[in-house]
Design a protein around this ligand. Structure first.
Ligand code: AMP
Ligand code: ZN
Length: 112
């Protein structure tokens, strides 16, 4: 599997790890768009939100709970943050492995 984020979650490619559990991995975005910019991914390869199935419900919940935990750890839980899933080309998705962006640490502009 040549997927970049699969390789990052398997630690074959280095990253600044924020969270590593049995099924979730989180790491700093290499080109941060905000002071806090963390990517939260399932270890299971799912290409995007367009391919999630009912069986993935638990993993999706764990991704959001991980975002909450990382927002607390990053001290942005009181000021607030944005959670973003980009999906396929019109959604701005570049890496075809499901990922949740956690952005915060500054006042974010309006959505595109
Ligand atoms: P998206 O546009 O939603 O597919 O977001 C992909 C994100 O992955 C972008 O914000 C990139 O900056 C980030 N990214 C790409 N390669 C790496 C990497 N090796 N380590 C960390 N983040 C990366
Ligand atoms: Zn993958």
């Amino acid at each position: 599997m040549s997927c970049l984020f699969c390789q990052i979650s398997q630690k074959k490619i280095p990253s600044q790890v924020q969270l590593d559990t049995d099924d979730i991995f989180a790491f700093n975005d290499i080109h941060p768009k905000a002071p806090v910019h963390i990517l939260i991914i399932p270890k299971k390869h799912i290409p995007s939100t367009a391919e999630v199935e009912k069986i993935d419900t638990e993993i999706l919940g764990k991704m959001i709970l991980s975002a909450k935990k990382l927002a607390e750890k990053s001290n942005i839980n009181q000021t607030g943050y944005r959670l973003v899933f980009n999906t396929k080309s019109h959604g701005g998705q570049i890496v075809d492995h499901l990922h949740l962006h956690l952005l915060g640490g500054k006042m974010l502009g309006p959505m595109a």
